[in-house]
Structure formats: structure tokens, C-alpha cells
Design a protein around this ligand. Structure first.
Ligand SMILES: Cc1ncc(COP(=O)(O)O)c(C=O)c1O
Length: 491
């Protein structure tokens, strides 16, 4: 950590502007507070409104170079070890969209991990890229998908000689971390860059006991959802270009893709929070993570001591598609309890207003922030779980409902963009086999899309989705959540 990391040039410039009470003859119309609804001032506080300063303000974003905004992004690049970092105000979702548009400058084909976030699929729609999908490892016991193995990536790249990049996710929602070093080696051996959606792993750069973060492991472009665990304001995120030269991806190309996907009025509050969160992570991250990891280790031990419950932890590492485990998630395995995750989540809310990040049939996921230390919240979760299990009872034979592996996905008949934007109609699901989907269908569990726009629907896939719904699962992406109808392309 360099001394520079203690500075927050952008946040300081915002504060200095607000302090000197300038004539604000610019947007936003609330003028830093006076024009705002009193209820808003009461809720947000005068201070927050006074810092809501537009981009292109002299001395903050423009003026003497490097401006405080540029300096803040340089410090972020330094903190994560990137060649260049961009602040994003539309989440890691924007990072994925920008990545797709940047890649489309170099060709048309790309290898993509099948269970990528929906914003990656949106990026395919926007960019017109033609994907070759690579299947993540499926954990049939837990009913969740893990990461991509190097061998799977190698096969997908071999099948796609014109691929211009490989695009993977690590860590997953559940904390599984890929062997990014091996994935990068495979991609680089074929002369293509590796894009890593590290939305869930921005904190991993700041503690040596955490799994290696993607930039350090050789990734070329990394999407980072800084708000998720590092704790900037919701919707703020970063895009990092690899320090090793970014492979084939040019800085100027990423820059124009970020601009295209961004409002011309990015929020200073979001950007200011990124500057501050970067300082907190760089200066205090190690110590804060120490505290949080210790609290979560204790909570894990307490949860494992509750009859019927288990947790996901380091023991997962070594399973297919899991190289390491990120402990900043507290994922609870509820298979030994006489209620599913879908039933337990509302019960926890009722017991002690416990609001989880995610829950599925077999696993509940609680997320902890880097600086939160997690102690009181983890204790509440443990106590509420204990009460919940007392109420519903255990189910010792509960290896139940292990979900059948999904059928293979259909042939890609046109690009996601062509399908999404082409002429389309909504038809009964019974008539859909053989037609090209204009929408996604992703059953949970395990959350791997069964159908993506541009793929031909098969009877086997449609009945698998229907069966998952009957078993209490859900389907995302579908215009009709009960799958009575499907949106298809008119050929
Ligand atoms: C893997 C992954 N990528 C991208 C995103 C999008 O992040 P954001 O909500 O910051 O736009 C998410 C959100 O959950 C995600 O899980």
C-alpha cells in the first residue's frame, strides 16, 4: 500500500466545492439542497444533497489535469493492480455491457460461461456477439452451479477457432472461486484475453488469506461490483483493464464502451463513494477483513452445531469447478432440515427480521460486508436459524430433491441480438418446440440458463423447466413465469 492510497482526491474536491457555497448555475435543480422537497432533505440530510454535483464541474472532473476524478480512478487502478480503472454508475451490469461492446470491436465470436449474469447476456444482445457457451460444473448435491474448469474452457475455445475472448464468472454467488490462473493460461495460450466477471470478489485483493483476485491471476478485463462487499454505494462499480497489457483489448476501446453505456450525468455521490471505498479497502481492508472473517468463522461453527444445518466453506474447494472458497458469504446448507430454503427465508424474516441476499431449495446465502465485522448480524442469523430449525424440525435423510442435470441446451440458430430484436410472437409452450427462443429461461435451482435468445427450443428442455416449476423451483427471464406461453422468433 502506498501513502497515496490514504488520499481521496475526488471526495475531497466534492467536499471543497460544497463548503465554499458556489453559485450553482447548473443542474441538478435542487441546487445542492435548497430546491429539494423538505422530506428528501430530512431523509438524506443537507450534506448529501450539497455533494450532488454534476460531472464536468471545474476543479472536480475537468480543469488542471489530472483532475481529482482522474486521480481517483488512477488510485483505484493502483489499489487493484490494474493498468486502468473506470468508475461505473450503473453497477457491474454496466461493466458487462461495456465489456461486450469493447470485445465486439475485435470480431464476432466469444466463449462465454453458460451461467453468466443476465447483464452478460444483455451484453451479447447489445454487441451482436455470437457466443459459444461453456458449461459450469454442476453440484447435483447442493443443486447449485460452480465455476468453469480450465479443461472445459480449453474444449470451448478449441471448438471456436475464431473466438476473440473467453468470458467467465468468479466468484459465484455462493462463494466458489475459479482457478483463474489456469483459465488465463488456457485463454492466453490460444492468443485471446480472459474477461472475468468478478462482481462478487472486489474485496479479494485486500487480504492474503483470501483467494487470489482475478487481476493478480492474469485476467485481462475484470468487472467488479465494488458496492457488493467492499461497500461503496449501491449501483457503483468498477471496470479494470489488466496490468499486463490487457491482451488484445485497447484502453481507448474500453473507454468508448464505458461512455456509451453511461449516463451523461453520472452521480457524484456514487463516484465519491467509490473513491472512499477504495481508500478504506487499500488502507484498512486487511484489518477489517480479519475481523469479518473471524466473526464468520465463529458463526459457521455455531451453525454447523445446529442439528440439520451445515455451511459451505473451504471443504468445497477441490470439488469440480471450485478452486477456492471466498468466506465473505455465509452460505447455509439446509438439506437436513424439514423445510426448503424457500420456506426458511420467510420464517427467518418473521423470527427476527433477517433479510437474506439469496435463497434456493437447498442453500441460503447471507452476505457480509468487508468493514462490517459481522458480529451482531451473524449472531442474529445464528439465533434465528436455531429458532427456525426448532420450529420446522430436522429431516435427517434429507438428501432429498437432488435435481436432475438439465438437458443440453438447444442449437444456437441466430445470435442473441438477432433473436431479441427480430420479429417475434408469444405462443403456447406446447407449440414452442422447434421454434427459436426470443427470451431466456433459467431454472432455479441451479440457475444455469436452459434457453437463451437465439436458441432452438426442445420438448425436453421445456418439460424440464415445467418439472422444476412443479417441484417448487422458479424460472427467470421468462415473460410468463408459469411457462404457459413462450416468446419466440417469427422465422
Ligand atoms: C456475477 C454477477 N455479475 C454482475 C452482476 C451485476 O452487478 P450490479 O448489480 O452491480 O449491476 C451481478 C449481480 O448480482 C452478478 O452476480
Amino acid at each position: 500500500m502506498t501513502e497515496r492510497q490514504r488520499q481521496t482526491p475526488y471526495l475531497d474536491a466534492l467536499c471543497e466545492y460544497a463548503r465554499r457555497r458556489p453559485a450553482r448555475l447548473h443542474v441538478p435543480g435542487h441546487k445542492g439542497g435548497p430546491g429539494a422537497d423538505p422530506g428528501l432533505v430530512d431523509a438524506f440530510g443537507e450534506r448529501a444533497l450539497s455533494l450532488d454535483i454534476p460531472a464536468l464541474t471545474y476543479g472536480i472532473d475537468v480543469g488542471v489535469e489530472p483532475s481529482p476524478f482522474e486521480q481517483a480512478q488512477r488510485l483505484a487502478a493502483e489499489a487493484w493492480g490494474a493498468r486502468r480503472a473506470w468508475f461505473l454508475v450503473n453497477g457491474a451490469s454496466q461493466g458487462n455491457l461495456a465489456a461486450g461492446l469493447a470485445l465486439a470491436h475485435y470480431g464476432r465470436e466469444v466463449v462465454v460461461q453458460r451461467n453468466a449474469h443476465s447483464s452478460t447476456i444483455d451484453a451479447l444482445v447489445l454487441s451482436g456477439l455470437r457466443p459459444t457457451f461453456a458449461a459450469p460444473e454442476l453440484d447435483a448435491e447442493l443443486g447449485i452451479a460452480h465455476c468453469l474448469t480450465a479443461a472445459t474452457l480449453e474444449r470451448a475455445l478449441a471448438a471456436t477457432p475464431l473466438a476473440l475472448a473467453a468470458w467467465v464468472v468468479s466468484p459465484t454467488y455462493f462463494g466458489a472461486v475459479a482457478d483463474v490462473r489456469a483459465l488465463a493460461a488456457v485463454a492466453h495460450a490460444r492468443g485471446v484475453p480472459l474477461i472475468v466477471d468478478e462482481a462478487w470478489g472486489a474485496h479479494m485483493a485486500f487480504h492474503e488469506q483470501l483467494p487470489e483476485h482475478a487481476l493478480a491471476a492474469g485476467a485481462d478485463l475484470v468487472i467488479s461490483s465494488t458496492h457488493k462487499i467492499v461497500g461503496s454505494l449501491t449501483q457503483s462499480a468498477m471496470l479494470h483493464l489488466g496490468g499486463a497489457g490487457g491482451g488484445a483489448i485497447g484502453e481507448d476501446v474500453v473507454d468508448r464502451a464505458v461512455t456509451l453505456t453511461e449516463s451523461t450525468s453520472p452521480s457524484a455521490l456514487l463516484a465519491g463513494s467509490l473513491d472512499a471505498a477504495r481508500r478504506q479497502a487499500a488502507v484498512h481492508g486487511r484489518e477489517l477483513l480479519d475481523g469479518t472473517m473471524a466473526a464468520l468463522a465463529l458463526a459457521r461453527a455455531q451453525i454447523r452445531a445446529i442439528d440439520g444445518l451445515d455451511v459451505l466453506d473451504d471443504r468445497l474447494a477441490g470439488r469440480p469447478g471450485v478452486f477456492a472458497y471466498d468466506p465473505l458469504r455465509l452460505a447455509v446448507d439446509v438439506r437436513g432440515v424439514a423445510a426448503s430454503g424457500y420456506e426458511l427465508a420467510p420464517l427467518l424474516r418473521e423470527i427476527d427480521d433477517i433479510n437474506l441476499e439469496l435463497y434456493g431449495q437447498n442453500v441460503l446465502v447471507a452476505v457480509f460486508g468487508m468493514g462490517e465485522r459481522g458480529v451482531p448480524e451473524a449472531a442474529r442469523l445464528v439465533a434465528a436459524l436455531r429458532t427456525a430449525v426448532q420450529r420446522v424440525g430436522t429431516d435427517p435423510g434429507g438428501e432429498r430433491a437432488s435435481f436432475a442435470a438439465p438437458p443440453p441446451w438447444g442449437e444456437l440458430a441466430m445470435t442473441p441480438r438477432e433473436a431479441y430484436l427480430g420479429a417475434q410472437e408469444v405462443i403456447p409452450a406446447a407449440r414452442a418446440p422447434g421454434r427459436i427462443a426470443a427470451e431466456s429461461l433459467a431454472t432455479y435451482p441451479p440457475g444455469i440458463p436452459n434457453v437463451l435468445p437465439g436458441e432452438r427450443l426442445t420438448a425436453q428442455t421445456l418439460s424440464y423447466v415445467q418439472r422444476t416449476l412443479e417441484l417448487g423451483g422458479s424460472v427467470r427471464g421468462a415473460s410468463d413465469r408459469l411457462l404457459r406461453t413462450v416468446r419466440v422468433v417469427i422465422e
